[in-house]
Design a protein around this ligand. Structure first.
Ligand code: 5GP
Ligand code: ZN
Length: 123
C-alpha cells in the first residue's frame, strides 16, 4: 500500500466505497462525483503505477483483465447507447488521484451530444 493514496485506502477498506465488481487483482467502484449517469472507476488493487504513463508490457495481462471486466460491467449496467473508458495522465489532463485508474462512463440517452469528449481549445 502506498502512503496517502486514497485508492489504496479504498482497496484496504479504510475508506468506504460502493463496490460494483472485483476479483483478486481489480476493484471496480462508483465514482463519488459522477461525471455521467453511470460512472465507475476500475483500478488495479496493487499500486502498480501512478498513471497510465507508468505502464509497461509487463502489465499487459492485467490490463486485458481490466478491460474484460469493464465490458462485463457495461453489459450488466445496460450501457446500450455506448460507453467510454478514460484515463487521465497528469494534472493538466485533470488527474487528481495518482493511483492508476480507468473511468468507465455511460448511461447517456442515445441523442445526447453532450456525451462527446471535450476536444479542448487546441491552444
Ligand atoms: P482523476 O481526476 O484522477 O482522473 O479521477 C479521480 C476520480 O476519483 C475522480 O473522478 C473523483 O471523483 C474520484 N474520487 C476521489 N476520491 C474518491 C473517493 O474517496 N471515493 C470515490 N468513490 N471516488 C473518489
Ligand atoms: Zn494507491
Amino acid at each position: 500500500m502506498t502512503d496517502n493514496c486514497v485508492f489504496c485506502e479504498i482497496v484496504a477498506g479504510n475508506i468506504p466505497s460502493a463496490i460494483v465488481a472485483q476479483n483478486d487483482e481489480i476493484l471496480a467502484f462508483r465514482d463519488i462525483e459522477p461525471a455521467a449517469p453511470i460512472h465507475i472507476l476500475l483500478i488495479p488493487k496493487r499500486h502498480i503505477a501512478d498513471s497510465a504513463a507508468g505502464l509497461t508490457r509487463e502489465q499487459g495481462a492485467l490490463l486485458g483483465k481490466l478491460f474484460e471486466l469493464a465490458a462485463r460491467i457495461a453489459n450488466e449496467f445496460n450501457l446500450n447507447t455506448g460507453w467510454r473508458i478514460v484515463s487521465n495522465v497528469g494534472q493538466g489532463a485533470g488527474q487528481t488521484v495518482f493511483h492508476l485508474h480507468f473511468h468507465l462512463l455511460g448511461g447517456w440517452n442515445e441523442n445526447n451530444t453532450g456525451a462527446r469528449i471535450d476536444k479542448g481549445t487546441g491552444s
